[in-house]
Design a protein around this ligand. Structure first.
Ligand code: NAD
Length: 251
C-alpha cells in the first residue's frame, strides 16, 4: 500500500522540475494528483508520465497569480476527485533578472511576489477550506535556502520566499485546531532545467554550488521530503521549515 493511498493532492507548478517529480512520486504512492500548472503542455506531459507509471493524475490549467484561476482549479480538482487532502504549493522560482535592491526592477519584485508569495497565499485561501471539509490535511509550502541566510544578488526572490517561510508558521498556528498541518521545504540548489540554465549563464554561482556538502540535489530529493510531510507519518509535524539543501544552511 502506498504512503499516500486514498489521498487527493493538488500540486502547483507541477509541469516541470520539482513539481513534476513530486506529482509522479505522489501518484506512485497512491495519491490522486491534480496537476495545477500554467503550461498546458508541461502539465499534460506530467499527467502522462504519472499515468505511464500506473498512477492517477489530472491536469487543471492554473495561474497561481490569479485568485479566480486558483479558486476554479481547486473547485475543479474537488469536483473530479471528491475531496482535497494535500495542498503542495510549489509554483515559483527566481530569474536572472533579480539582483540587489538598488538594481533589481520593480517589475521583477512584483513578479516574484505574485508567483511565490501571493500564489501560496491564494492557494491556501481557497485550498485550506477544502482540507478542513476533508477532516484535516497537509499543506506543503516551498521556500528556499535563500530565506535561511543572507545571500547576495537575489533580494526580490528572498523577500518572497521569506514571506512564504513566515506565512507557513502563522498558518500552522491558525489551522492546527482543524488538523491542518502546514510545513515548508527549503530546497538548496536543485538541478532542474531552469536552474541548469541559470547556472550556465552565471559562473559566479560556483561559490554557492561549492557550499552544497553532498553535491547538488535532484528534484526527487525534494519529492522524498514532500511525500513524508504529506503522509500520516508526519502527523505531529507542523509549522516547521525543512532544509533539503545538502548541508548548505549548516555552514
Ligand atoms: N530548483 C532549485 O534550485 C530551487 C531551489 C530553492 C527553491 N526552489 C523552489 O522550488 C519550486 C520549483 O522550482 P523548479 O526549479 O522546479 O522550477 P521550474 O521552473 O522547473 O518549475 C516551475 C513550474 O511552475 C510553473 N509556473 C510558473 N508560473 C506559474 C503560475 N503563475 N501558475 C502556475 N504555475 C506556474 C512553470 O510553468 C513550471 O512548470 C519553486 O517555488 C522554486 O522557487 C527551487
Amino acid at each position: 500500500m502506498g504512503r499516500l493511498e486514498g489521498k487527493v493532492a493538488l500540486i502547483t507548478g507541477a509541469g516541470s522540475g520539482i513539481g513534476r517529480a513530486g506529482a509522479i512520486r505522489f501518484a506512485r504512492e497512491g495519491a490522486k494528483v491534480i496537476v495545477a500548472e500554467i503550461s498546458r503542455e508541461g502539465g499534460e506531459r506530467t499527467v502522462a508520465m504519472a499515468r505511464e507509471k500506473g498512477g492517477e493524475a489530472t491536469f487543471v490549467e492554473t495561474d497561481v497569480t490569479d485568485a479566480a484561476s486558483v479558486e476554479r482549479a481547486i473547485a475543479a480538482g474537488v469536483a473530479q476527485y471528491g475531496r482535497l487532502d494535500i495542498l503542495y504549493n510549489n509554483a515559483g522560482g527566481s530569474t536572472a533578472h533579480d539582483g540587489p535592491v538598488t538594481k533589481v526592477s520593480l517589475d521583477e519584485f512584483w513578479r516574484t511576489i505574485k508567483v511565490d508569495l501571493f500564489g501560496t497565499f491564494a492557494c491556501c485561501k481557497f485550498g485550506i477550506p477544502e482540507l478542513i471539509k476533508a477532516g484535516g490535511g497537509a499543506v506543503i509550502n516551498t521556500t528556499s535556502y535563500v530565506a535561511l541566510a543572507g545571500i547576495k544578488g537575489r533580494d526580490a526572490y528572498t523577500a518572497a520566499k521569506g514571506g512564504v517561510l513566515a506565512l507557513t508558521r502563522s498558518l500552522a498556528a491558525n489551522y492546527a485546531k482543524h488538523h491542518v498541518r502546514v510545513n515548508a521545504i527549503a530546497p538548496g540548489a536543485i538541478q532542474t532545467e531552469r536552474v541548469k540554465r541559470f547556472m550556465n549563464a552565471d559562473p559566479r554561482l560556483g561559490e554557492m554550488v561549492g557550499k552544497h556538502m553532498l553535491g547538488l540535489g535532484e528534484p526527487d530529493d525534494i519529492a522524498n521530503m514532500a511525500v513524508f510531510l504529506a503522509s500520516d507519518e508526519a502527523r505531529i509535524i507542523t509549522g516547521a521549515i525543512f532544509p533539503v539543501d545538502s548541508g548548505w544552511s549548516a555552514t
